[in-house]
Design a binder for this molecule. Structure first.
Ligand code: FRU
Length: 545
């Protein structure tokens, strides 16, 4: 047994048999955090956090073997006055014959009252939402209430690679500046907290009080089930429902519940991703759900798992028609590789979704909301003002999300967008306009277009990002092959191409420190791309072709 760090710190580390280690933090320890040394190349160790004889948490940690990439804080505050133990099991391939004592994490692990969250990443976006530190993927449970846009998100607090999923929380009043609030849902005995949705239960249908915010999320362990939590303080803290899970099924991929109030039938609807189809349910109280139909077999793209659904009704611009849009994120299978957001247009009678024109979706054909490589898990805010269906996506791609060249944090969200339906060539398409909050905010540039052209975004380091509009082939494409760091993944250096359905008269561009979002005709065609340049693209050159 060895005592580490300064004498004031009571941390004892004991190597046991078979690659197991026992860390003890004394009952008289007053520090708030245990700082865990992480090395991203190290395999995951499974760590049980124990207080008394009870297991409090299970963590999967890439504890440093040879070098410390960064520290992550594990808060031990809630067990102050009691001994906290970490029983760490190293997998065989983790130690790889090495003496456990020689793993650098054991000499570097330490206690601290503070954790420095100040930004260390020069590529961190200026006006896109990012987590303060560690890993982020899908936006979850987004809703609007009393002037605030609430964004929860898949957060992995113990490293900048996917794992240990919780719901973290950020809030914005203008969709530009985000305030980080404490995480709201942590893993429990039913599993990690995967994606889901929130609604404001104005009429107390669930019995947790009028105006309670109800969250449905996936509990993910050996099986995936759906669980409920409610908030009576406007979404800042949640209480998990005693009767969880509230929905189960005999299928492995069963996740990402998205619910909404359907005025046309006076009931709640729920859409859930199940393997490669969507299941649709109704409920009066948000707790008991009846399955009414399934959608998706033989329609659209099936090269990957269907995830993160959404379903809402929109007017078709320029007509007096309204249509339902079913959002289906899929990984992989995207039009330019990896994960992407496909959509279906049709009708929904409260129980069954029917596509309008089957021909558009047969033989693997699919329609996509954004043809860039970095638009995934897009869903809409609930309870948004003026009937809006404002959407935000995760701005990355599962092909390389875990290895993009930032370390303090990984992943940002797209800017918020307003989905709309427009007609072209006798068909209806889904477009996405930057939300009105960005108008006049000085974050974007618009290039007027007359015929084919190339727009080059360049920086002082000789790097560039090319946007090509070809009016002969009616395509808009983005080429990031010379945009800076690209070699961290073989999938990153790819040109993304989108079909254009109406001749373009403008291309609107949002450039941030590590992303470029391109909107043809202000959102009829969208391409979202990550970039990792040496300096920001400050020059814009237009070449006619
Ligand atoms: C989509 C997804 C969801 C799941 C979550 C887990 O990116 O795979 O289906 O709920 O991420 O983090």
């Amino acid at each position: 047994m060895c005592a580490l760090s300064s004498p004031a710190q009571t941390i004892d580390i004991e190597q046991l048999s078979g690659g197991n280690t026992l860390v003890r933090i004394g009952a008289d320890e007053k520090s708030k955090y245990l700082l865990l040394p992480i090395e991203e190349k190290a395999p995951e160790a499974s760590v049980r956090v124990i207080c008394g004889n009870d297991q409090m948490r299970t963590l999967n940690l890439r504890l440093a073997l040879d070098k410390v990439d960064y520290y992550v804080p594990f808060c031990i505050d809630e067990w102050r006055g009691r001994e906290v133990k970490l029983l760490t099991r190293m997998s065989v391939d983790r130690t790889n014959g090495r003496e456990v004592e020689n793993e650098i994490c054991w000499s570097k692990i330490r206690l601290s009252d503070s954790f420095d969250k100040s930004n260390r990443e020069k590529l961190r976006p200026a006006f896109h939402h990012t987590p303060e530190y560690a890993w982020m993927n899908d936006p979850n449970g987004m809703f609007y209430l009393d002037g605030e846009w609430h964004l929860y998100y898949q957060w992995g607090p113990y490293g900048s690679m996917w794992n240990n999923m919780t719901w973290a929380h950020s809030v914005s009043r203008d969709l530009i500046h985000w305030e980080h609030r404490p995480e709201v849902l942590k893993p429990d005995a039913l599993g990690a907290i995967f994606s889901g949705s929130c609604v404001v239960d104005h009429n107390n249908t669930a019995g947790f009080g009028a105006g309670a915010v109800i969250a449905l999320y996936t509990s993910a362990a050996e099986v995936q089930t759906q669980s409920l939590a409610y908030s009576t303080d406007g979404g800042n803290t949640f209480i998990k429902y005693e009767g969880n899970p509230i929905l189960t099924a005999d299928i492995a991929d069963f996740r990402d519940p998205n619910m909404f109030w359907n005025d046309e039938i006076g009931k709640w609807n729920l859409i859930l991703a199940c393997g490669q189809e969507m299941r649709i349910y109704t409920s009066d109280n948000l707790i008991e759900w009846t399955e009414d139909s399934r959608f998706g077999k033989s329609y659209g793209n099936h090269e990957g798992v269907w995830e993160c659904p959404d379903l809402f009704k929109l007017p078709v611009e320029g007509t007096d028609q309204q249509k339902w849009v079913l959002i289906c994120n899929i990984n992989p299978g995207g039009p330019n590789g990896g994960s992407a957001t496909q959509y279906f247009i049709g009708d929904f009678d409260g129980k069954k979704f029917t596509v309008d024109n089957v021909d558009r979706y047969i033989d693997g054909k699919a329609l996509w909301q954004d043809y860039g490589k970095d638009h995934y898990a897009a869903v809409s805010f609930s309870n948004a003002p003026d009937g809006r269906h404002t959407m935000i996506a995760w701005m990355s791609n599962w092909e390389y999300a875990n290895v993009v060249p930032t370390m303090q944090y990984r992943s940002a969200n797209t800017i918020a967008r307003e989905p709309f339906l427009y007609q072209a060539d006798g068909e209806i398409f889904l477009g996405s306009r930057p939300s009105p909050e960005y108008d006049g905010a000085g974050l974007d540039q618009t290039v007027k277009v007359k015929g084919s052209c190339q727009i080059l975004l360049a920086n002082q380091d000789g790097e560039q990002f090319a946007i090509n509009y070809d009016q002969q082939t009616m395509t808009l494409s983005c080429d990031r092959s010379r945009s800076g760091q690209i070699d961290f993944s073989p999938h990153f250096n790819e040109v993304a191409t989108a079909p254009v359905h109406r001749k373009l008269s403008s291309i609107r561009i949002f450039i941030d420190n590590s992303s470029i979002e391109v909107f043809g005709n202000n959102g009829e065609v969208c391409l979202t791309s990550l970039v990792f340049p040496s300096s920001t693209f400050s020059e814009l050159i237009v070449n006619k072709r």
